[in-house]
Design a protein around this ligand. Structure first.
Ligand SMILES: [Zn+2]
Length: 67
């Protein structure tokens, strides 16, 4: 649990499995970017470009809900 590795959390991203927010951590393994949900353990392997796309999608969704 306390193993410290280079983790970047994707702000505003929602896990597609458990729908938790801000739980998706971006890690790099063997030069492959991995997105791991720290709540349910869901793992997605994505290129940085795809991750950015997902983040942007969520930003748009958040924008829609802005009053
Ligand atoms: Zn999850």
């Amino acid at each position: 649990m306390s193993k410290v590795s280079k983790k970047r959390f994707i702000a505003g991203a929602v896990c597609p499995k458990c729908k938790a927010m801000d739980t998706l951590a971006l890690t790099k393994e063997n030069n492959v970017e991995k997105v791991t949900c720290v709540v349910c353990g869901e793992q997605m392997v994505q290129t940085e470009e795809q991750v950015e796309k997902v983040v942007r999608q969520h930003e748009q969704v958040i924008g829609v809900f802005k009053p």
